[in-house]
Each structure stands twice: as C-alpha cells, then as structure tokens.
Design a protein around this ligand. Sequence first.
Ligand code: UGA
Length: 416
Amino acid sequence: MKTSISVIGAGYVGLVIATCLAELGNEVTLIDIDELKVNSIRNGVSPIYEEGLEDLLRKVNMQVTTDYEKTLPSKIIMLCLGTPSDESGINLNYISEASTKLAGILKRRQDYSVINIKSTIAPGTTEGLIIPSLEKSGKKAGKDFGVCMSPEFLREGKAINDFMNPARIIVGEHDRTSGDVLCQLYEHFNAPIMRTSIKTAEMIKLASNAFLATKISFINEIGNMCKQLGIDAYDVAKGMGFDDRIGNKFLNAGVGFGGSCLPKDLKMLIAKAQEINYEPKILEAVLKLNDEQVVRMLDLLKKHVQLKGAIIGLLGLAFKSGTDDVRDSRAIGIVDALLKEGAIVKAYDPLAIKNFSQIFPQIEYVTIEQVLNSDAILILAECEEFNKLDYKGRIVIDGRRVAKAREAEIYEGICW
Ligand code: UGA
C-alpha cells in the first residue's frame, strides 16, 4: 500500500530506504540535520557512493529537508540514525535527540502514526529509552501512536537490490495495530514477514551480524591453520559448502571483517552480555581473532621486507570492494602499524581515497600502476581491477585472494 513516510537520518541506511520507498510510489520526506547533506541530496548528488543510488535519486520525487515539522503529515516515521561505537561504548545520542524532537511533534499530532525504529540497537533499547522519550509528549504508545522495530539487512554496495529483494522482513511490534501498519507497507514485497516482539527484532539484527562475523572468524581460524599445514583454505571452504547446513557463503578467509556494522554490532552484543553478567565467549573470540588477522598480514610482510624505509604499496582502502566507506577498514590498522615501523606507504583504492585521506593525509595516494612500483604490495580488498594487474617480479601479500596476484615472484596468501 502506498503511504506517507518520513525517514529521519540520511546516512547509508536512511538515504537508501527513503529513495527506494519513493521509487515504489510512496510519499517520502527525508530529514537530516546536516544542511550540506540535505542540499547535496536535493541536487541529486549522493553524499555516499552506493551502486545505482544517484540515478535513482535523480529519478524519484521526494522532499528532503532539515525540518522535523515536515514529519507531521506522515503515517509512518522511520528512525534511521547511526549508533556508532566510541571509546565509551555505543553512542545513542543521535537516537535520543531525535526521539526528543519527535516527542515535541507527537504532542501536537491529532492523528495516529507509527514510529518505526530502523537503527541497530541492543535488545531493550526501544522499550527502555525510545518509548519513554516519545511518551514525554504526554501521548501513550499503543494508544495514541504506534511503535515498531524493523531492522534492515542491507549490504553496502548492494543496498538497493537488498532493499527491493529482501530475504525476510522482520516486524517487531509494540502492539498488533502498530505491526499492521508496517505489514501493509511491505505487503507487496516477495519475502516472508515475521512478526515478533520489539526486543526479539532488536536481537535478530544483532545476532545476524554476529553470526556473519563468526563465520568469517571461523574460516580465518581454519585458514590460519591451513596456511601452516600447506592446505588451501578456499578448497576447504568449498568442500564444506556443499553441505547446505553449512552453505558456501561468507566463508572467504582473509584479513578479516570491517565496516560500520559487523565490528560495532559484535561490540554492542558483548556490552549487552556484560550488562547482564553473561560472559560472551564466542563473540569475544570472534573479535579478537579478527584483530589478529591484521597482525598476521604484517608478520607475513616482515618475513620478506625490512619495513624501515621500505615502500609498501596498498591495494584497497575501503572495508570491502564496491564502497567508499572506510569505517573500521582493516587498512586503517595496517597503515598505522606500517607508519610506526618507518615504512613509506603508497596507496590506491577505486572509490575510497577521499575518505581514507581524511584519516591519513600523510601517506601518498597513487595510481593503481604506481602501487606496483613498491618494495612489496599488500592486497586488502577484492576489487576486480586488482585481478587485471601484472604482478610478475613483485612481492605480494594477499589478504583477499586475488587470483592474478599468484603470478608474483613472492606470493603469500594470508590463509592459503
Ligand atoms: C553487513 C551485513 O552483511 C548486512 O546484512 C547488514 O545489513 C549490514 O552489515 C548492516 O548491519 O547494516 P556490510 O557492512 O555492508 O553488511 O558488509 P558485508 O558485506 O557483510 O562485509 C563485512 C566485512 O566482512 C567486509 O570487510 C568483508 O570484506 C568481510 N568479509 C565478508 C570477509 O572477510 N569474508 C567473507 O566471506 C565475507
């Protein structure tokens, strides 16, 4: 059913959701407090790189504004604000501030609307923090307004496709009426809809990302052993994957997982476990092993090159290929360590140089060919163009399994 929707937060998730919902014919208002971002989106320029997003943005009709008052006519209000992790834990400030602003709006609303939380939050956050904040309006959840928590499972780089073709839709509902409104919105999607409690929906999102991260650290652990035993971890993963209880996806061994979701969501789940006095043994090991992959990569490099004064070329700076996002990219820890050891770093990435240079303005950003003129090359993302280079005569340490790199004079795969 077509409806009027406000989306609060024009980050990766909010911008993709708003644009897709507008493409599906809904009346969409996208709200963000960042005026520069709002102006850019209004002009059809996406502030982030996401495959196909800019074309869609230019095609659709949606209102983009900094003004929360514009949520007033919307039947559904989606909260898509970031929950980044910082030294003190997970930062819920954006969510808190938005809930307070929405309470001000709810106070003046006569008609019923549903607030739908899309942000990734720990179990209990909607009921413990967001609903009490919204109820400061004097209105009551489940009576005057509805509340749902419906997480997103979008992969960066494939987000539009993932939104339009979801594997499942999880509707965590405060009450039946709230859930009915969301289910109507999703009725034409060709995916199972699971209705559940809000807390369960919050946990489904965290558990899904934690499981994906576990698969990666698991295969990396097997891969680290394989490397020592002279076995190719990719052959092992292939052999395992024929069993459909295991599956053949997300078993690519390498330098580990990064991005704004997997590492942060694991930390969120670990923090929740600690809060309830439960020791999360597997989750902590997954995170630890992931950090150690970076050290392993550097150890392999040091086997072949004296780092002090050496020129080290990096291929791949984003946390994976197909994105300009460098949040928690494995490349950050690697560059940090290389600089500390006195190496000279020359780096290339097809999309992420601008973002990476904000963290490391002091390293040299070069063309893909110039990276080849280094004393050794580290491969940190699996971009297609890395598979077309001439690696002959080079030293390559590969963290992402780029087939062509095997022709290098000295080639080391991290787990193979
Ligand atoms: C992840 C989830 O895959 C999405 O389902 C989820 O919606 C999203 O987080 C989120 O919470 O918003 P994303 O962060 O875009 O999506 O990245 P992934 O494609 O999951 O990759 C994460 C990291 O794992 C990357 O660094 C990637 O290189 C690494 N990876 C992935 C491996 O090392 N091995 C693999 O087999 C797969």
